[in-house]
Design a protein around this ligand. Structure first.
Ligand SMILES: Nc1ncnc2c1ncn2[C@@H]1O[C@H](COP(=O)(O)OP(=O)(O)OP(=O)(O)O)[C@@H](O)[C@H]1O
Length: 471
């Protein structure tokens, strides 16, 4: 990783720091010391190694770091100072550090930067999923504004950001970090940043009534998870324990919500939500997914892209749901190591739409329990899962008067093209009878939403989990 002079005890020795893979996807920073017969040879080695390291242009030299001191167990600053900053220093990376003073501080700061971001090679987020989402939102919005992309168009083709986000986990769940790298270890994250790893990610843009709301990279959840989040926010002072308490309370209240979900199945993708395949390094589903998306859209006009992506294949499901979840990635975390949708992919341009219909408390408990063990959580009569490219949720009290279920394909296309969903996505002021959506662990106070997934290159400083050798 870096060569440095070694003065004691051997004046002709030098030390090289390198990355060693450890169990459970962790990386360690190790040292190896070489002894030279004389000072001249030592200098030659140090110079040669330093020159070769300087040629690695994908490695960052200057980073912008945001630390959320209030995330998780309030340890973000300590984690950064003790575990991460020394590694950046050894790797010769300079940093500008901003400790956030309020929610959305980082997002607003990034949005306000114009040319100032050019001096950085990346942005580092020290916090949890909410903080990652905030930074992603700021960076992606900044990029779209710079390229005059209208984010209020649900079908807008997003321009990838030139800066990658490095995630140092210091939150309560750290699902985004755990899902991409297979661990929530700050040292591992720091080392991925230092070696300049780059991982494309699926980014889901969320709209309401053709107004852009947020980007999501992990979970969009309505019903159970929306309620857990809403309740847990009131108990933030409890730290990560708030999720347990809110989870039990929400489970006991057993609320269900009525509505309709329209979705476009991802027919061309190679993977399926229940194929037991994991998204690992060199994943062929992600490679095929991003390739076919580019190929499919390359020669089409903007209107054609929208129709192609949303027109003829809409399906609809209506009913009473305990939970409606859209997992853009597996959403694995230490409590649920396989995640909400174990076979979801990091960058195939799809989300797994999981619909949990009204069922008994015991049935729902069995479904939830399966998130923590190896059993198939979709193997229940009241659960269905679809791999989708876009979807639209409409709560019962905001539904259109005429049914779109019986429309012919061409009529449906016409409606989509002329924004026929606009009236049915009308936001209501009265949300008391409805749940909220949770978007990467933050509350979205809307029930009716439109969501579309696209692959965004070089989003994070991570790499897909590698297959671990059985011990
Ligand atoms: N200085 C601050 N004071 C209060 N809130 C902040 C501050 N800085 C950031 N925030 C907000 O805190 C929210 C939660 O932070 P974060 O995601 O880091 O922790 P968490 O919610 O405990 O972890 P997780 O999202 O993994 O469950 C974010 O939405 C962010 O906008």
């Amino acid at each position: 990783m870096v060569a440095k002079q070694h003065t004691k005890p051997d004046p002709h020795a030098f030390t090289v720091c390198y990355v060693r893979r450890s169990a459970h996807h962790r990386w360690l920073c190790c040292d190896i010391t070489f002894s030279c017969p004389n000072q001249g040879l030592r200098q030659q080695w140090i110079q040669a190694i330093s020159e070769n390291l300087a040629l690695l242009s994908h490695r960052p030299r200057c980073l912008l770091v945001y630390i959320n001191p209030h995330g998780g167990r309030h340890l973000a600053k300590w984690i950064y100072d003790r575990k991460v900053a020394p590694l950046f220093c050894r790797a010769g990376i300079s940093t500008d550090v901003i400790i956030t003073e309020r929610a959305n501080h980082a997002r607003d700061h990034l949005r306000a930067q114009h040319g100032d971001l050019k001096k950085y090679d990346g942005v580092v987020c020290v916090g949890g999923d909410g903080m990652v989402n905030e930074i992603l939102h700021g960076l992606v919005s900044r990029t779209q504004t710079d390229h005059r992309v209208d984010q209020n168009q649900p079908d807008a083709h997003l321009v990838p950001c030139s800066l990658r986000i490095g995630i140092i986990p210091a939150g309560s769940t750290d699902c985004i970090c755990y899902t991409t790298m297979g661990t929530n270890d700050p040292v591992t994250s720091a080392l991925h940043i230092i070696v300049g790893d780059s991982q494309p990610m699926d980014v889901c843009s969320v709209h309401n009534n053709n107004t852009f709301l947020k980007y999501s990279v992990s979970l969009l959840g309505y019903g159970f998870y929306g309620d857990v989040l809403t309740d847990s926010e009131k108990k933030r002072w409890m730290g990560p324990l708030r999720y347990d308490l809110a989870g039990v309370k929400t489970f006991l209240s057993h609320n269900y919500y009525e509505g309709s979900i329209w979705f476009v199945p991802a027919q061309e993708t190679q993977g399926q939500p229940r194929d037991q395949e994991q998204c690992l390094a060199g994943c062929h589903v992600c490679q095929q997914g991003s390739y076919s998306e580019k190929k499919k859209l390359k020669h089409l006009s903007e209107d054609e892209k929208f129709i192609k992506g949303s027109g003829s294949e809409w399906c609809v499901v209506r009913g009473k749901f305990l939970a409606v979840n859209a997992a853009t990635v597996s959403c694995a975390c230490p409590r649920s190591p396989r995640g909400l949708s174990p076979s979801a992919h990091l960058a195939d341009g799809t989300a797994d739409l999981i619909l949990v219909r009204k069922c008994s408390r015991f049935g729902f408990f069995r479904h939830l329990l399966r998130h923590t063990n190896a059993d198939d959580q979709f193997d229940h009569p009241f659960v269905e899962v679809h791999r989708v490219r876009r979807f639209l949720f409409q709560p019962k009290n905001q539904e259109v008067s005429d049914s779109t279920e019986d429309l012919s394909d061409s009529e449906m296309e016409k409606r989509v093209k002329t924004n026929a969903f606009r009236p049915i996505c009308h936001a209501s002021d009265d949300i008391t009878a409805q749940s909220n959506w949770t978007c990467d662990g933050e509350i979205l106070p809307h029930a009716a939403i439109q969501a579309a997934v696209s692959v965004m290159n070089s989003t994070t400083n991570a790499r897909q989990k590698e297959r671990q050798r059985e011990k």
